[in-house]
Design a protein around this ligand. Structure first.
Ligand SMILES: Cc1ncc(COP(=O)(O)O)c(C=O)c1O
Length: 484
């Protein structure tokens, strides 16, 4: 082709014609990105959300390299800065170096997970790794799974398989069923379940909310009641979802009890361990996931606590063959292999990026012991954070933490309880504006709570001390009587 109107590095010449120029540009961008990441501590955790960048019209002509680099710099500067430990608000880990570089390599070779012929090594690697991960979670040797673009999609895929297996809906859908199929999940489970129910033609009303106890764990008596009620109404209960690591408070549903009830009622058991699945790597903490091996399917997001660059999420199945039997749609324009089903035929995705490379290279680089150490360190610092809360009678917890998510609020006795929401919003604003520390403010069970997620590997006790002295200073300065 005639490429003269294009920049000389628009594509890397497979004959090596622009290797030097491509290498210079790649180094320049890489250095700029590394400089940006290595100075993250000097920037606020959140850029001003009101700033509007002027992006202008779709470019008519190619811009100069300088302009292009300036645009990239501007966008990096305006991005969320979860690299500083002062960003302590969300389940938003910082991507580890191996996963960043692996993602660059995956984009460079640009294989397509749709089929074996378009991603030969990565397809086989994904199948292998999903089996190994499933075995790690206790699902057994016949397990399998797929990598998808996030926990919401993993939940969607798992529920689609559950619906097709339990209700035989692969061909005729739900319209042939005599009544509405029902899914049970705790009232604090992730909202992606409603989204999945809506996409699966069940309607959001198909997700029946089971009460959670004061520690945000599913109340199994209420689960039993709700199942009985659904049967009384001639609904069709087919699935129960347990959460291992609730989104707001990081609590874990009683997995063995839920399994027993699922068995008694012939329900599919899905465990949404999008966040908490990482505990499986820690000998000290994995007991908290006891019962997870009973699941029919599991969601786990390595892009959360395994520090893998977004997106990286898996849907695992105790019986890996269900993907072929209860989900597969052939892709007739791709060649088939006798020993391998194209991933694009058994996944919610068709064409897809090779997320497996960043997961695999992260595991090779950090190892299971490295991940165990990271999880244990998060617990050590979460415990230190908790000690600060427990020392202060005017602070209270939303639930008893089981992970590194701590949801709490100031509840000064000297103040009317109706004022607490506003008071905590002011504390959050004070921490961000005066100390550049970003804690989340989350509406939860009718009130507003501050939340810390202790995930950043560069978090030190000193930062935690600073958070509490800033909260003390604010409360004393504003006249609340605060006892420590
Ligand atoms: C328990 C749980 N499940 C599912 C999800 C959805 O995951 P994603 O945002 O990757 O779609 C989340 C997100 O925080 C979550 O906490």
């Amino acid at each position: 082709m005639d490429l003269t109107p294009l920049p000389e590095t628009a594509f890397i010449d497979p004959r090596g014609g622009n290797h030097l120029q491509a290498s210079r540009l790649a180094h320049e961008v890489m250095n700029m990105v590394l400089e940006h990441l290595s100075t993250a501590e000097q920037r606020p955790p959140l850029p001003d959300l009101m700033t509007r960048l002027d992006f202008g019209d779709l470019p008519e002509e190619p811009r100069s390299e300088m302009e292009w680099l300036d645009e990239l710099t501007k966008l990096l500067e305006a991005s969320m800065n979860a690299r500083t430990p002062r960003f302590i608000a969300h389940m938003n880990s910082l991507s580890n170096m191996a996963s960043m570089l692996a993602d660059l390599a995956a984009a460079a070779v640009d294989n397509n997970m749709l089929s074996l012929e378009m991603a030969p090594a990565f397809s086989r690697l994904e199948r292998h790794l999903m089996q190994k991960m499933a075995v790690l979670f206790g699902l057994g040797d016949s397990a399998g799974g797929v990598l998808v673009g996030g926990g919401s999609l993993a939940n969607l895929q798992a529920l689609a398989v559950a619906r097709n297996v339990k209700l035989n809906t692969l061909e005729n859908g739900v319209s042939s069923l005599p009544n509405q199929p029902i899914i049970f999940a705790s009232e604090v489970a992730h909202t992606s379940l409603q989204k999945a129910a809506m996409l699966l033609g069940l309607g959001t009303s198909a997700v029946w909310q089971v009460a959670a106890n004061e520690n945000s764990q599913m109340d199994i008596n209420d689960l039993q009641k709700q199942i009985a009620l659904a049967k009384d109404h001639e609904k069709i209960p087919f699935c129960v979802i347990a959460t291992a690591g609730t989104t707001v408070t990081g609590n874990i549903d009683p997995l063995p009890d839920i399994h027993e009830i699922a068995q008694q009622n012939e329900l599919w058991l899905h465990v949404d361990a999008a966040y908490g699945g990482a505990l499986i790597f820690s000998k000290n903490q994995k007991h908290r996931l006891r019962g997870m091996g009973y699941a029919d399917s599991i969601t786990f997001n390595p892009h959360k606590w395994l520090y893998v660059a977004r997106n990286c999420s898996m849907a695992l199945f105790r019986d890996g063959s269900v993907l072929k039997q209860a989900f597969r749609i052939p892709v007739p324009y791709m060649s088939v292999s006798s020993d391998f089903t194209n991933i694009g035929e058994i996944s919610v995705h068709g064409t897809n990026h090779a997320d497996v490379l960043k997961l695999w290279l992260s595991l090779l680089y950090i190892g299971r012991t490295g991940y165990a150490h990271l999880v244990n360190e998060c617990y050590r610092l979460a415990d230190y954070f908790l000690q600060h809360i427990r020392k202060r009678p005017d602070l209270e917890l939303a639930s008893e933490p089981e992970m590194n998510l701590i949801c709490f609020r100031a509840a000064p006795k000297s103040m009317l309880a109706q004022k607490w929401d506003e008071w905590n919003a002011e504390i959050q604003h004070h921490l961000l504006s005066q100390h550049q520390i970003f804690l989340a403010l989350i509406p939860y069970r009718g009130a507003k709570w501050l939340r810390a997620v202790i995930l950043n590997p560069f978090t030190e006790k000193d930062l935690i001390d600073r958070i509490f002295s800033a909260i003390d200073g604010f409360q004393k300065g504003r006249g609340a009587h605060v006892s420590e």
